[in-house]
Design a protein around this ligand. Structure first.
Ligand SMILES: [Zn+2]
Length: 163
């Protein structure tokens, strides 16, 4: 498996930005609802903000179940999308998954209750009030993690070439 692309709708972008603005220095997160749009291309169409259990800090987030389930049921009914993974913020750290994040994701794809062969992890943060994110793809039959390509390509973040 080579390149896998990942697209975020403007609706989701705003929803995440609002959630990150609200949670400040604390981590927040939830589930990802999306769909496959092509063979190696996913679109993220909704997210939950599953902070109802108040289990979060500057470096951890344990998502609640209620809001996630409600959102899953809604999209199942509408046939608009399905569970494709998890998201959370790293307000104080880089967008690289922690060892705990990686363990959680492999736990999900191996857990029959989820019944999924793959899952995406989206890590987010705000940079000057703008959403910065990175997606990671975990698959049952892969022993490595694939970093998702953003689609459309993000603006160059480092244009300090003096031109
Ligand atoms: Zn994390």
């Amino acid at each position: 498996m080579s390149k896998i692309t990942f697209k975020i709708t403007p609706f989701v972008k705003h929803k995440i930005e609002r959630a990150l603005g609200k949670s400040g220095d604390y981590e927040t997160g939830g589930i990802l609802i999306g769909k496959k749009i092509e063979d190696k291309s996913f679109e993220l169409i909704d997210i939950s903000i599953s902070d109802e259990d108040n289990k979060f800090s500057i470096s951890t987030f344990i998502r609640g179940i209620k809001k996630s389930d409600r959102l899953l049921r809604k999209h199942f009914k509408l046939k608009s999308g399905y569970y494709i993974g998890e998201w959370h913020s790293h307000p104080k750290y880089s967008l690289i998954p922690s060892p705990q994040d990686v363990a959680t994701m492999f736990g999900i794809i191996e857990d029959n209750n989820y019944g999924v062969s793959f899952a995406i992890l989206l890590i987010t943060k705000l940079n000057d009030n703008h959403l910065d994110y990175q997606g990671y793809f975990f698959h049952k039959s892969l022993n490595r993690i694939i970093v998702l390509e953003k689609s459309p390509a993000p603006k160059t973040q480092y244009n300090k070439l003096g031109r």
